[in-house]
Design a protein around this ligand. Structure first.
Ligand code: ZN
Length: 175
């Protein structure tokens, strides 16, 4: 795997210090987490339709949990631990230095992805594992509304220009 530009290098993982740590490692990057499923259910119940686990940009190694293609809204439901939630993250005592490097790299990658998706003309929505599904769904609905509003007010040539500037004309999410 090529290392992403601007994201710090993380040394190889040390041996897991406990069963809990081992489980946590295994769960990293897994899709269909409980908060993600709850948000999907709630949005579906409200009549929204979306794609699940999609790569919004071909040039970017990044998968969004949900993608609303028409308005180019990418939804991420971030786990508190892996994404370094300021309110719920508690640092493991064992291998503390490695965990700091690991989580810092994840946060740096999140910010880089936010920037690149935004530069490509998309909108990034980040919800947290700790957020109730109804509240996240309310916020997604509001983000969809403002993305749709923005699309309506932006001339099509401007949108295409944004994509060209982002260097990814082959963006698979459609207008
Ligand atoms: Zn949290």
């Amino acid at each position: 795997m090529t290392r992403a530009v601007g994201v710090p290098r993380v040394p190889p993982a040390p041996a897991a210090s406990s069963d809990e740590a081992r489980q946590r490692m295994r769960a990293n990057g897994s899709r269909d987490t409980a908060p993600e499923l709850a948000l999907r259910r709630e949005l579906h119940r409200r009549g929204f339709r979306y794609r699940v686990d999609q790569a919004p940009l071909r040039s970017l190694r990044c998968r969004a949990d949900l993608v609303f293609r028409r308005v180019q809204l990418c939804v991420f439901v971030d786990g508190c631990f892996w994404h370094g939630c300021p309110d719920h993250m508690s640092w493991p005592k064992a291998n503390g230095e490695w965990w700091r490097a690991k989580i810092s790299a994840t946060i740096a990658r999140d910010r880089r992805n936010d920037y690149l998706l935004d530069a490509a003309g998309g909108t990034v929505f980040r919800g947290g594992e700790h957020e109730p599904a109804w509240l996240a769904a309310d916020r997604v609905a509001a983000a969809l509304e403002s993305s749709a509003e923005q699309l309506r007010s932006e001339p099509k040539c401007q949108r295409q220009l944004t994509r060209r500037l982002a260097g990814d004309v082959a963006m698979p999410i459609e207008l």
